[in-house]
Design a binder for this molecule. Structure first.
Ligand code: DX5
Ligand code: ZN
Length: 217
């Protein structure tokens, strides 16, 4: 069964704790935290302070997606704040292997993110070292964008690459996931779906999560 990771980017930040509890009660498996720096992506969002603040609110793993330049500079702060997963973009990591070791040195799970135009070959030599591959199905920076369906073959490629190496890693999809697009992702091999607007823009988050899961069957 696919796991759902609601992105708090689309939550009401004036009551963030309650918004997180709402999706936890609704059957979410992870909480996706979108960190943006205004450099790698045009938008600015949140930092370790918010991760620290939400850590006691939920038992769910915090899946921290770093859309920032120089991620190495901030990995320790996010790990100490309570991140369970940290994912970094291959496009900003000049020494990706070192960055992955940095994340794992804090005893947490490490993942690599690929933008829509970045080929799967860019992770061929690091996939043994990581717990998760995150494929962007929008250009990162904003919630509520349209799913880029030309990324779907990349999901299959990651799955085949992992299988060829005998690895059982998570394949997470982020961007434009809804009841129309979720099944395309899971049929191709996705194991975790990030959903921002498809969950938080709905009044009944439990129903939204159930409908997403049902749409993949
Ligand atoms: C985009 C973020 C996504 C975003 C997803 O840069 O990484 O996690 O919040 O939002 P939806 O599901 O609305 O596309
Ligand atoms: Zn994200």
């Amino acid at each position: 069964m696919v796991k759902i990771a609601p992105s708090i980017l689309s939550a009401d930040f004036s009551k963030l704790g309650e918004e997180i509890k709402d999706v936890e009660r609704g059957g979410a498996e992870l909480i996706h935290v979108d960190v943006m720096d205004g450099h790698f992506v045009p938008n600015i969002t949140i930092g370790p302070l918010i991760v620290d603040a939400i850590r006691p609110v939920t038992k769910l793993p915090l899946d921290v997606h770093l859309m920032i330049e120089n991620p190495d500079q901030y990995i320790e702060a996010f790990a100490k704040a309570g991140a369970d997963y940290i994912t970094v973009h291959v496009e900003v990591c000049r020494h990706l292997h070192r960055t992955i070791q940095n994340i794992k040195s804090h005893g947490i799970k490490a993942g690599v993110v690929l933008n829509p135009a970045t080929p799967v070959s860019s992770i061929e030599h690091i996939i043994e070292e990581i717990d998760m591959v995150l494929l962007m199905t929008v250009n990162p920076g904003f919630g509520g964008q349209k799913f880029i369906s030309s990324v779907v073959p990349k999901i299959r490629q990651v799955k085949e690459l992992a299988e060829a190496k005998g690895l059982n890693i998570d394949i997470e999809i982020d961007g434009g996931v809804n009841t129309e697009t979720a099944k395309l992702c899971t049929d191709a091999g996705a194991t975790i779906l990030v959903a921002g607007s498809a969950v938080y823009d709905k009044a009944d988050r439990k129903l939204a999560i159930e409908e997403l899961k049902r749409s993949t069957m």
